[in-house]
Design a binder for this molecule. Structure first.
Ligand code: ADP
Ligand code: MG
Length: 597
């Protein structure tokens, strides 16, 4: 067992970020108190935009695009304005009521639109963005329509009416708190899985995540922040016009987010700041310095934006390179391995019974029966296209079998892929599915998703530290088992593909399975690494009594460790038996020679 601790430099770096933040907060405070009111107003606009962008950025990070976020800002603004002017509701009540209202609307919109895929989702968000904007214009009796909503009372905190400086301070206080919250969310349990959703939703599902629910939470949280920004905007402007929330504003938020970069919450703040600076800078240059009237500044602005996006597709973050993992996961407090009850039921046997799978006209599996008992390494071999990965997907409910059944100790396989991990089965993927933005350790921690409890809120409030410490410790143990502990804090991208496959094995181990399904884990491994993998598989079989189903092309490795082999060819079971039976089977020989000769 290994309980190697974090290197000291990690802690040093996390202190550095705290110091930078404190320094920036101090500079911000001085600027807000000292600058002329006009510039303070600009800072207020940057802060309000940054709030919207932080929420939107995380939405984008989960692979969803919203072209309607200005509608949430508008709803928050109008709700707050109407409540405080027409109903005399005090500020401290009007803001939370408006935010909650927007969250409810986001829930309804999310239920309808978030299930859409590809181009349909952005189009749907565009549609409701326009629809809500039109409501602001049309509901003249309530919103004042196109002529605007005037006489909004000042923001009043405990009897203190806030002026521009006061609101700017408040806005940046909200930005600071949201930044800290998102910083924690990005590295927390749901944050990790949310990042996986964008490109690897099959994997997120396979480790127990309800992808739709995670998307919904991220979306509602972003709507809440947009609404808060809207409230501050209303109190700052004291006058609302629907054009502030038109579709163009939604596009601007999107530009800010992309300009800043979505990999880190600081990108949203940077994007908002640079966008506002560029917009006002261009206006100043053309109107005041050059005296050129009209739309020239918009053109220059557009050209600059295109240039920047071409130069830095990852946004300004490419430039300043913040480390995702400045804070390493907290170390477990108790000495040694934390004891967590083994939650998974002990599985004795997984049975594939007469499974067929049709993809349109192609029959990938034709009545295949395979048995995977515990305490045995079962090999599944066959030429390319034989149907091995399809069988894997059928066993893990990623693709439903057309006919036939998969049973776990006699019970039918759960219908949803996300429930399979709870039955004690974990898998790796032939094409590795790791989250590129995360470190090796945090990728492995995804395997503990089902054992965790922390949600967005508890991560945001920092209440997940004890749980994270346990998960990090477990992840280190799993990494140690595959011999990669010393890479724990490296970005996953810096590892060669072969090591990434082993990280997948560690992630599967992290979920403490009784059945492991490994799809070509040895591809690209060197001889020494292969020997280590074989030793690991044998120890999992002998010491933990695991059932292992191994798909592998490397015959030497297969013959070194498997106890029983199934041979697939053209979707059919060609042969079954122990090593010597398979090695001397004429049908197997000819299939292999025919396929590879
Ligand atoms: P193996 O893993 O043994 O190389 P696969 O299970 O990946 O083989 O593929 C078996 C056959 O099924 C191949 O002909 C492949 O093209 C086809 N196939 C696999 N997945 C799909 C899919 N999602 N849609 C259509 N055809 C598929
Ligand atoms: Mg395959």
């Amino acid at each position: 067992m290994n309980t190697k601790r974090l290197p000291e430099r990690k802690a040093a770096r996390s202190y550095r970020e705290s110091w930078i933040l404190a320094g920036l907060a101090l500079i911000g405070l001085i600027l807000i108190l000292r600058l002329p009111t006009y510039y303070v107003g600009l800072l207020a606009i940057v802060g309000i935009n940054a709030l919207v962008c932080m929420g939107l950025s995380f939405v984008l990070g989960t692979g969803q695009v919203s072209l309607g976020h200005a509608a949430f800002v508008g709803m928050g603004a109008y709700a707050c304005a109407i409540l405080s002017r027409d109903f005399g509701v005090p500020t401290l009540l009007a803001i939370p009521v408006s935010v909650l209202l927007c969250m409810a609307v986001a829930y309804v919109l999310g239920r309808v639109t978030l299930r859409l895929k590809g181009h349909s989702l952005p189009l749907a968000t565009l549609a409701w963005g326009v629809a809500i904007y039109v409501c602001f214009v049309a509901a003249i009796d309530i919103t004042g329509g196109a002529s605007g909503f005037a006489n909004i009372p000042a923001l009043n905190l405990f009897g203190l009416a806030l002026d521009t400086r006061g609101i700017t301070l408040l806005a940046w206080l909200c930005v600071g708190l949201s930044y800290i919250a998102y910083r924690r969310i990005y590295r927390g349990r749901v944050g990790r899985i949310a990042k996986a959703i964008r490109a690897q939703s099959t994997m997120a599902n396979a480790f127990g995540a309800d992808v739709a629910a995670v998307k919904m939470k991220v979306f509602i949280l972003s709507a809440a922040l947009a609404a808060l920004a809207g409230c501050l905007f209303a109190y700052y402007m004291r006058f609302l016009s629907p054009t502030s929330f038109a579709i163009g504003a939604s596009f601007n938020y999107l530009i800010m987010v992309v300009l800043g970069g979505v990999a880190h919450p600081v990108g949203a703040v940077l994007g908002a700041a640079v966008f506002v600076a560029m917009e006002f800078g261009a206006q100043y240059l053309f109107a005041t310095v050059l005296g050129v009237p009209g739309q020239m500044e918009t053109m220059l602005f557009g050209a600059l934006l295109i240039l920047m996006l071409l130069r830095w597709p990852g946004g300004l973050l490419t430039w300043i390179k913040p480390r995702e993992d400045v804070f390493a996961p907290p170390a477990a407090t108790a000495a040694g391995m934390p004891q967590v009850a083994d939650a998974r039921p002990a599985v004795k046997r997984v049975e594939v019974d007469q499974v067929t799978k049709r993809f349109g006209g192609l029959q990938a599996l034709k009545g295949v029966s395979v048995s995977v008992p515990t305490g045995r390494i079962t090999g599944l071999i066959g030429p390319n296209g034989a149907g091995k990965s399809t069988l894997f997907n059928a066993v893990t409910a990623v693709v439903p079998a057309t006919t036939g059944e998969v049973r776990i100790d006699g019970a039918p396989l759960p219908r949803h892929a996300r429930d399979v991990i709870r039955t004690g089965m974990a898998r790796t993927f032939q094409h590795v599915q790791l989250v590129p933005e995360l470190t090796v350790l945090r990728n492995v921690m995804i395997g503990g998703y089902i054992d965790g409890r922390a949600g967005l809120l508890s991560s945001a409030l920092g209440l997940d530290r004890a749980e994270e410490a346990i998960m990090a410790e477990r992840a280190r143990v799993a990494l140690d088992q595959v011999g990669l502990l010393d890479t724990a804090d490296r970005p996953i991208r810096s590892l060669p593909l072969a090591s990434q496959r082993l990280v997948e094995v560690a992630r599967a181990l992290m979920s403490r399975p009784h059945v492991m399904l490994l799809d070509e884990p040895a591809a690209g491994l060197r001889a020494g690494e292969k020997a280590q993998l074989v030793a690991l598989l044998k120890s999992l079989r002998d010491e933990r009594g695991m059932a292992i189903l191994l798909v592998e092309h490397d015959m030497e490795l297969v013959m070194n460790c498997v106890d029983h082999i199934f041979v697939l060819n053209h979707g059919e079971l060609l042969a079954e038996g122990d090593r010597s039976q398979i090695q001397t089977n004429p049908a197997v020989m000819s299939a292999y020679l025919g396929a590879e000769g």
